[in-house]
Design a protein around this ligand. Structure first.
Ligand code: ZN
Length: 176
């Protein structure tokens, strides 16, 4: 189940991306430009090749040849710019004595996800009153953040709601 959702998520991102590529290919044909081998995000420097976004060129096997590089904005940066998100977790009534711990837990989960995939990121962490609100570029990441905190704190209970229209997960984690 988990694997399936991750797969679908990546398919969504690359699906959107494919459309962009198709569009730019058309433009290239019209303008007679050459084939682009890489796309580099001008905001976060993620690099697109072999059908996914990566942190750098480490896995690329033909770097010593002349390659065409195109600069664009990656889907994650685009989402942040458009003020959108795919996952939102609201931690309610976070006990003060655990707050620091929980914030670190959330950050660590976010960093691990980003290391694995540059498209998976925490967008924002907000604190207000006893609540902590986290938005992410990827719904599975929001789920993992909620689950990690739930696992570490016995009093925390997560309630996940998936939006039917969009691939957005909204999760409320309540502390009893
Ligand atoms: Zn980017």
């Amino acid at each position: 189940m988990k694997q399936k959702q991750i797969g679908r998520q990546q398919a969504n991102i690359s699906g959107v991306y494919r459309k962009k590529i198709e569009r730019s290919k058309k433009e290239e044909q019209e303008h007679g430009a050459g084939k682009k081998d890489f796309v580099v995000c001008e905001k976060c420097n993620a690099v697109y090749y072999y059908k996914s976004w990566k942190h750098g060129f480490a896995d690329y096997k033909h770097l010593n040849q002349n390659k065409n590089i195109k600069f664009e904005i990656c889907p994650a940066c685009q989402m942040i710019e458009d003020k959108k998100f795919e996952g939102k977790v609201v931690f309610e009534n976070v006990p003060n004595e655990y707050k620091e711990d929980i914030l670190n837990n959330i950050k660590n989960t976010g960093e691990r996800a980003y290391k694995r995939d540059p498209m998976d990121r925490i967008i924002e962490m907000k604190e207000s009153g006893g609540n902590v609100e986290v938005t992410t570029t990827e719904n599975q990441l929001a789920r993992n953040i909620a689950r990690q905190v739930e696992r570490a704190h016995k009093g925390a209970k997560a309630d996940i709601r998936w939006s039917k229209e969009e691939s957005v997960a909204r999760i409320v984690v309540r502390f009893m």
